[in-house]
Design a protein around this ligand. Structure first.
Ligand code: HCA
Ligand code: CU
Length: 403
């Protein structure tokens, strides 16, 4: 399957609500849902309607709002949960049950056989109630589950023919891309169902793991804005989109309104009381900032030399930092041109040396560079005037002599 056929299940309104700073009001949720729908994600996943009366009302409101994105809610593997969830009018249910020995021992206490029985019963019942709903079954903490247990569960559920999608969850962020690829491609070989991957980012692998899942045959990837979620969260929407843009620029540009990403990141950052991290994918303040002279020179000639993402596609702008000791004369020359100052290359090289010498003594900023450039330009101007008047005088002298 080509990797461009993937779907984003945007879970800011479910996993993201599990972020410690998130406390979304109905109005907040609608703003987030509107922004994500405009951006173009294929699905929005919402907190279970059983979480609170407001959560239930919000599910109903969002399900009725007429978004292009399909609306899902996330529930435990219980018929009672499913009944309430179906009543909200959502397009699909994401059903989850823990399969790892940890969760079996310390959470629900069920054996694998019991899990299969409970899940088969609940899922068959849900399908009977709602023949057209999108139904997903996922195993929580899949990567600390015995692989043979996992496959027994997935195969038993798949065989029922009632679910559209099987989910794999790296609940604790322990997986690596190779493991994800291996597990997803193993599952791909035994099922025709869609495959979803949900990856936590505890060890920084969430984006790479999501990509490896697609390479292994997954069809759906869970994200949240800025990656917010339990602990340090899951695959961030922006970082995942950066990865997919790099894989296939035109397909990703067609799928999503990339210029809206900054607004989405900013909106959610403000709502949960954080700033967009300086080194965030695409929207971080340094994401398109270049510094070293060698980089600056090449960037000025051809941005692709050091940029795999075109900032313009995301409505962002490139910045070349020139006020430091690593600067180079090409960048200083570019700045002189921006300021409309005429200096020869030899003069620009001397200014560059002065900038470096000054930066060795103290931290400097663009004003210091500009001041040096202006001073040099004024001096150069002065020298030119002296030279011009000297040549005019010399000319007059020689005219006199001829006369
Ligand atoms: C959690 C549940 C979950 C569910 C993922 C899924 C996880 O622990 O809060 O339904 O695919 O990380 O396992 O978010
Ligand atoms: Cu999770």
């Amino acid at each position: 399957m080509p990797l461009d056929k993937f779907n984003i299940i945007e879970s800011t309104l479910r996993e993201g609500e599990q972020f410690v700073g998130a406390n979304f009001t109905t109005a907040d949720k609608l703003k987030i849902a509107d922004a994500l729908d405009e951006f173009g994600v294929e699905y929005l996943e919402l907190t279970s309607p059983l979480a609170s009366p407001q959560s239930r009302a919000d599910c109903e409101t969002i399900a009725r709002r007429g978004y292009k994105a399909r609306i899902l809610t996330h529930i435990r593997c219980h018929k009672d949960d499913a009944t309430i969830a179906l009543d909200t009018g959502v397009d699909g249910l994401d059903v989850v049950i823990g399969t790892s020995s940890m969760l079996r021992q310390f959470s629900h206490g069920k054996s694998i056989d019991e899990i299969i029985d409970i899940a088969s019963d609940a899922l068959t019942w849900i399908r009977a109630q709602a023949p057209d709903i999108e139904l997903r079954f996922s195993t929580e903490d899949s990567f600390r589950s015995e692989e043979r247990d996992l496959f027994r569960v997935y195969l038993a559920i798949d065989k029922l023919g009632v679910v559209n999608r099987l989910g794999i969850a790296d609940t604790v962020g322990v997986a690596t891309p190779m493991r994800v690829y291996q597990l997803v491609s193993g599952l791909r070989r035994v099922t025709n169902a869609d495959i979803e991957f949900h990856g936590h980012n505890d060890t920084g692998c969430a984006i790479a793991n999501s990509f490896a899942a697609l390479e292994g045959g997954a069809t759906h990837i869970d994200t949240s804005v800025l990656g917010i979620g339990e602990r340090n969260g899951i695959t961030p929407l922006g970082g995942f989109v950066a990865r997919m843009y790099t894989h296939n620029k035109s397909a990703t540009k067609r799928k999503y309104k990339l210029k809206r990403l900054h607004k989405v990141d900013q909106l959610v950052a403000e709502m949960v009381g954080v700033s967009i991290p300086f080194n965030n994918y695409i929207t971080g303040v340094t994401a398109f900032t270049h510094k070293a002279g060698i980089h600056a020179k090449a960037i000025l000639n051809q941005p692709e030399t050091y940029e795999i993402l075109d900032p313009r596609d995301f409505g962002m702008t490139r910045y070349i930092s020139i006020a430091h000791k690593l600067t180079g004369w090409n960048a200083i020359k570019d700045r002189a041109e921006q300021l409309g100052l005429e200096l020869s290359d030899a003069q620009i090289k001397l200014v560059t040396q002065e900038v470096k010498a000054l930066a060795d003594i103290k931290p400097i900023d663009l004003n210091d560079v500009d001041e040096l450039l202006h001073r040099w330009a004024a001096e150069a101007d002065g020298e030119l005037q002296i030279a011009e008047s000297a040549s005019r005088i010399a000319n007059r002298e020689s005219e006199k002599q001829i006369a």
